[in-house]
Design a protein around this ligand. Structure first.
Ligand code: HAM
Length: 441
């Protein structure tokens, strides 16, 4: 096949079953976000390039190497968004959301972002980020709340063995102190650093610490850590945050070397890590931090904020590795099979009746043999097979087989819905799909 007709590198087609898994993840995240008072915001997929230069920052890898930037037909420099926060901040300022009386303003978004990264396991060029931004409050309690919300999202999805790697990069004063020390430390070793890090040394030496080339070198590992240069206020803020995480039992580890690759952060930064049961690490499944200066940077009044984003594809890989969808994904609740052409209309009526009562139902219309019908039922893990012949049509009944228990009964059509409801456990209220810790599991 000619290259033009192949997927561009780092992108994916999501076929039906996978798309449904993604919808399930998104549904769970939205449900929990609602409990914490978050509301959806949608912003354009492309923005003026300058927005990202000013917010994500000129010293970041994202701006330097990874943006999809082009001139539009009007000669404007446009960039496909490489992350969601900058666009949300622009919308926040442009729509004067800072003037809304009830703070904090809590926003969530879900959509594609684009980064020209080297594709690999769990690393793509088009990524779905599900992100959260909480604006208007500067407090360790709101930082803790965001992390607690993320924690309950992961528990609801059935992910238990994760850890929140957390650090503080302090306030502006702390970082200025730290940058001076980092420059002193690296200035006599510039020849040991890669070309990018030589630039980072001038622009923002913090970026040297998470360099993909130099990050693991002894020189960088032995560099001073921010913790030793924090102002008293930043130290107290961080300790208070950790005390909340302790109180609510969040599994976290302080990582003094975590600085994050975007320039807008201050104080709290964190990444959520989780390996698959067989030990595979696809990188952080979500990450974020505080950004008290960002709204000002994009032209608004001083407004503190904190946020994070999950990488939906990484959540998908992880959940698949835990077989977390086994209880949730099945194609139909019931598959209806007519015995003979004469019963097809009757089978179809039953199928329509089930659909109008909220069941996922399908009717066999191709004249399959009973053997191939049941093969299809097994392949698709359909819990109920309904078979109707002349006898059933005459009596207003159907023959129904529970494909898991193998129980097979003939029931009156009036009882069909309640029979299915019982068998499918539809009274189950929390919609967890069997993955949460609710009393039904
Ligand atoms: P980020 O750490 O660059 O932060 O990305 C957030 C998440 O997106 C990552 O933890 C990861 O799960 C996913 N991700 C990023 N790049 C890739 C990739 N190439 N392939 C697969 N997944 C990827 C941000 O973007 C910030 N805007 C988060 C934030 C919101 N901070 C404050 N508010």
């Amino acid at each position: 096949m000619a290259e033009d007709y192949k997927l561009p590198r780092g992108t994916q087609d999501f076929l039906p079953l996978t798309s449904e898994k993604i919808s399930y993840i998104e549904y769970m995240l939205k449900s929990v976000a609602g409990l914490y008072g978050y509301h959806e915001i949608r912003t354009p997929i492309f923005e003026h390039t300058n927005l990202f230069l000013r917010s994500v920052g000129e010293s970041s890898d994202i701006v330097n190497k990874e943006m999809y930037t082009f001139l539009d037909k009007g000669g404007r420099s446009i960039t496909l968004r490489p992350e969601g926060t900058a666009g949300v901040m622009r919308a926040f300022v442009e729509n004067k959301m800072y003037a809304l009386p009830d703070t904090p303003i809590k926003l969530y978004y879900d959509g594609p972002v684009f980064r020209y990264e080297r594709p690999g396991a769990g690393r793509y060029r088009q990524i779905t980020q599900f992100g959260f931004e909480c604006l208007g409050v500067h407090s360790p309690l709101i930082d803790a709340e965001l992390i607690l919300m993320n924690t309950s999202m992961l528990y609801m999805l059935g992910i238990k063995d994760f850890v929140v790697k957390i650090n503080t990069i302090g306030d502006t004063q702390s970082r200025e102190n730290y940058k001076v020390e980092l420059r002193k430390y690296f200035e006599n070793h510039l020849d040991e650093l890669c070309e990018d890090c030589k630039r980072r040394f001038e622009q923002n030496p913090l970026r040297i610490l998470d360099c993909k080339v130099d990050g693991e070198k002894e020189l960088v590992l032995n560099a001073p850590i921010i913790t030793d240069y924090l102002t008293e206020e930043s130290r107290e803020y961080f300790n208070k945050l950790l005390s909340y995480l302790d109180k609510f039992g969040v599994p976290y580890e302080v990582d003094n070397r975590l600085v994050r690759g975007l320039d807008y952060y201050c104080d709290t930064v964190f990444e959520i890590k989780c390996k698959t049961p067989d030990g595979k690490d696809y990188g952080a499944i979500g990450a974020g931090g505080r950004y008290d200066g960002l709204v000002e940077q994009v032209g608004g009044p001083h407004t503190p904020g904190i946020g994070m984003a999950f990488g939906v594809e990484r959540l998908l890989l992880l959940l698949d590795s835990y077989n977390a969808f086994d209880n949730y994904i099945n194609s139909f609740d019931a598959y209806v099979m007519p015995i003979g052409k004469e019963c097809l209309d009757f089978a179809f009526e039953i199928t329509m009746f089930l659909r109008s009562n909220g069941f996922k139902a399908e009717c066999e219309m191709q004249g399959k043999s009973m053997k191939s019908f049941f093969k299809s039922v097994d392949r698709q893990k359909v819990p109920f097979a309904i078979i109707v012949g002349e006898e059933e049509m005459k009596n207003g009944t159907c023959n129904i087989k529970n494909t898991f228990t193998k129980e097979q009964v003939t029931i009156n059509l009036d009882d069909l819905c309640s029979y299915l409801n019982k068998g499918l456990n539809k009274e189950h209220e929390c919609q967890c799909g069997g993955n949460c810790n609710c009393e039904k599991n």
